[in-house]
Design a binder for this molecule. Structure first.
Ligand SMILES: Cc1cc2nc3c(=O)[nH]c(=O)nc-3n(C[C@H](O)[C@H](O)[C@H](O)COP(=O)(O)OP(=O)(O)OC[C@H]3O[C@@H](n4cnc5c(N)ncnc54)[C@H](O)[C@@H]3O)c2cc1C
Ligand code: FES
Ligand code: FES
Length: 487
C-alpha cells in the first residue's frame, strides 16, 4: 500500500505525504506550492475562482477537465496531472491563446475571478466544442463575475476558439502520457495520520472489505457534497474511503434494455449516454451545478446524499431505476423508490455501498419529460423538480411513472397520481384527477428556496405542463431558446 500521493504538477513530478488527509487541492497549491494564481472565492464550488485542470490518461490520450480545487481533496490527485493557471503560458513566457484573447478583448477585469475564467476557457478550448453562445454560457456557468462584465469574456471565448494556434497544453502530450502511466498507482493508497485515515482502494473487493472494516467511514465519490462538509460545515471525518481509484467502478454499460451506470461515473461521462435515450434527463443533468461540478460529481453521490432536492432522483424514480448495493460479497438489488427511509436517511446497511444504478431504456412509445424549477437557470439547486414517464396507447394512459423533488422529506414517487391516470383517457378529466391525487400526496414545506404554497402550485402545474405538451389536444412543447446576439 502506498502512503504518499504521486502526481504531476504541470510537468514536475511530486510525491507528497499529507499531514491532513482531507486537505484541499486549493490549500496545497496556495500554501505549499505558493501558486497563488488559483484563488479562493467561496470555498464551496460555486464561484469558479479556484478552477484548475485535472489531466488523466484515458484511452491512450490525455483528457483534461476543469474542477473546483476548493472542494477537491489533494489525496485524490494520485496518478493524475494537476494544471493551475501558472501552467498555461509556455516556458518562454508566450501566453496561452486564451490568455491572449482575454487581454485582446479587455476581458481581464479583476484578479479574483480572472484566473478561474481563464482555466474554464482553457478546458473549453481543449475540449474542442463548437463555440456557440449556448456552449460558452454553459462552460462559464460555474464562474461568477460579481462586476457583471461577462460580454468581453464571452468575446474572448470566441476569439480563443477561433485562434488556429495549436494548444500548448498538448505540446508534450505523449511524454506526459508516458510519465503518468509510469506514475499510475498499482497499489491502494492508505494515508494514516493521528488516527485519521484516507483510503483509496483499487478493486471492488478491496473497497467492499474496507467498507466492512470501517462501516462508519465517509465514502467519497466526486466529493462535491463531502468536500463542502469539510470546507463549510468544518467536519473532520476520521476515515474517508475514496471510490475514485477503484477499477471499473466508473463503467457505463448498455444492454438491449438497460443502461448501467457505475457509482463513480461522473455526470460529464454519464450525461451523453443518458441524453441519447432521454434528452430531458440529459438537460436536467446539464443544469446540475456547473461544468466543474459535473466533471467531479456522480449520480451515485446524488442518490446516496439523499437530499430531498437532489435533481436526478425524480427522473430516476419516474423511470423506476434500480440500485445495486454491495456489502462484502453480498449484492442486493432494490428499486430506488425503496431506498429512502426519511429525511436524508437511506436503507444502506453499515458497511454497504452503492455499486451501480440501472435504468431501463425507453419502452416503445414512452414519452419522458423532466422539469426543474430554480431561482436561477444555471448553477442552482431546485425549488421543485418533477419527471414523468408516460406511455399512451390509443389515447389511453398505459404507463405512467412520476417522481418529484422538493415536495417531501425525500425525493418521492407518487403512486396515487399513477393510480389516478393509469388506464384512463389522457384528457382534462384525468388531469383533474391527477391534480387531486397530487394535492393529497404532498404537503411541501417552506424554506429559503420557496414557500410550501409555491411548491404545491408549481408541482401541480408541472403535471398540467406535461399534459399540455403531450395530450392530443395540447399545445405541444414550448422550448426555451438561447438567442445568439446579432453579429
Ligand atoms: C456548486 C455546487 C452546485 C451543485 N448543484 C447541484 C444541483 O444543481 N443539483 C443537485 O442535485 N445537486 C447539486 N449539487 C450537489 C452535488 O453536486 C450532487 O449531490 C452530486 O451528485 C454528489 O455527487 P458526488 O459524487 O460529488 O458525491 P460525494 O460528495 O462524493 O458523496 C455524496 C454522499 O454520498 C455518499 N456516497 C457517494 N457515493 C457513494 C457510494 N457509491 N456508496 C455509498 N455512499 C456513497 C457520500 O458518503 C456522501 O454522503 C451541487 C454541489 C455543488 C458544490
Ligand atoms: S473558491 Fe469558489 S468555487 Fe472554489
Ligand atoms: S471579473 Fe471579478 S468581479 Fe467581474
Amino acid at each position: 500500500m502506498g502512503a504518499t500521493v504521486r502526481f504531476l504538477l504541470g510537468e514536475a513530478e511530486r510525491e507528497i505525504a499529507l499531514a491532513d488527509p482531507t486537505r484541499t487541492v486549493l490549500d496545497y497549491l496556495r500554501t505549499d506550492e505558493r501558486r497563488t494564481g488559483t484563488k479562493e472565492g467561496c470555498a464551496e464550488g460555486d464561484c469558479g475562482a479556484c478552477t484548475v485542470l485535472l489531466g488523466e490518461a484515458r484511452d491512450g490520450a490525455m483528457r483534461y477537465r476543469a474542477v473546483n480545487a476548493c472542494i477537491a481533496f489533494a489525496a485524490t490527485l494520485d496518478g493524475k496531472q494537476l494544471l493551475s493557471v501558472e501552467d498555461l503560458a509556455a516556458a518562454d513566457g508566450t501566453p496561452h491563446p486564451v490568455q491572449r484573447a482575454m487581454v485582446a478583448q479587455h476581458a481581464s477585469q479583476c484578479g479574483f475571478c480572472t484566473p478561474g475564467f481563464v482555466m474554464a476557457l482553457a478546458a473549453f478550448r481543449l475540449a474542442g466544442a463548437a463555440p456557440t453562445r449556448a456552449a460558452i454560457d454553459d462552460a462559464l456557468a460555474g464562474n461568477l463575475c460579481r462586476c457583471t462584465g461577462y460580454r468581453p469574456i464571452i468575446d474572448a471565448a470566441r476569439a480563443a476558439c477561433a485562434d488556429p494556434a495549436p494548444d500548448p497544453l498538448r505540446a508534450n502530450e505523449s511524454a506526459t502520457l508516458a510519465r503518468l502511466q509510469a506514475l499510475a498507482p498499482r497499489t491502494s493508497l492508505a494515508i494514516v495520520r493521528d488516527g485519521r485515515r484516507f483510503l483509496a482502494p483499487r478493486s471492488i473487493a478491496e473497497l467492499a472489505a474496507l467498507c466492512e472494516e470501517f462501516p462508519e467511514a465517509t465514502r467519497l465519490a466526486g466529493g462535491t457534497d463531502v468536500g463542502l462538509a469539510v470546507t463549510k460545515a468544518l467536519q473532520d471525518p476520521a476515515c474517508v474511503i475514496a471510490l475514485g481509484a477503484v477499477c471499473g467502478l466508473d463503467a457505463i454499460e448498455e444492454s438491449a434494455h438497460t443502461i448501467t451506470i457505475g457509482a463513480t461515473a461522473t455526470y460529464s461521462d454519464a450525461a451523453p449516454v443518458i441524453a441519447r435515450h432521454y434528452p430531458d434527463f440529459g438537460e436536467l443533468i446539464r443544469r446540475i451545478g456547473s461544468v466543474q461540478v459535473r466533471n467531479a460529481a456522480t449520480l451515485g453521490g446524488n442518490i446516496v446524499n439523499a437530499s430531498p432536492i437532489g435533481d436526478t432522483m425524480p427522473a430516476l424514480l419516474a423511470l423506476d431505476a434500480r440500485l445495486i448495493l454491495r456489502r462484502g460479497s453480498a449484492v442486493r438489488e432494490l428499486p430506488l423508490a425503496g431506498f429512502y427511509r426519511g429525511y436524508r436517511e437511506t436503507v444502506l446497511a453499515p458497511g454497504e455501498f452503492l455499486e451501480r444504478v440501472v435504468l431501463p431504456k425507453p419502452a416503445p412509445g414512452q414519452i419522458f419529460r423532466a422539469y426543474k424549477l430554480s431561482k436561477r437557470f444555471d448553477q442552482d439547486i431546485s425549488a421543485v423538480c418533477a419527471a414523468f414517464a408516460l406511455t399512451l396507447e390509443a389515447g389511453r394512459v398505459s404507463g405512467f411513472g412520476a417522481g418529484f423533488g422538493g415536495l417531501a422529506a425525500t425525493p418521492a414517487r407518487a403512486p396515487a397520481i399513477e393510480a389516478a391516470v393509469l388506464g384512463r383517457r389522457w384528457d382534462e378529466a384525468t388531469l383533474a384527477a391527477a391534480g387531486e391525487a397530487f394535492d393529497a400526496s404532498f404537503t411541501p414545506l417552506s424554506d429559503m428556496r420557496a414557500s410550501g404554497a409555491y411548491r404545491r402550485l408549481a408541482g401541480r402545474n408541472l403535471l398540467r405542463k406535461l399534459y399540455l405538451e403531450t395530450a392530443p389536444s395540447g399545445s405541444g412543447r414550448a422550448r426555451t431558446r438561447i438567442l445568439e446576439p446579432a453579429p
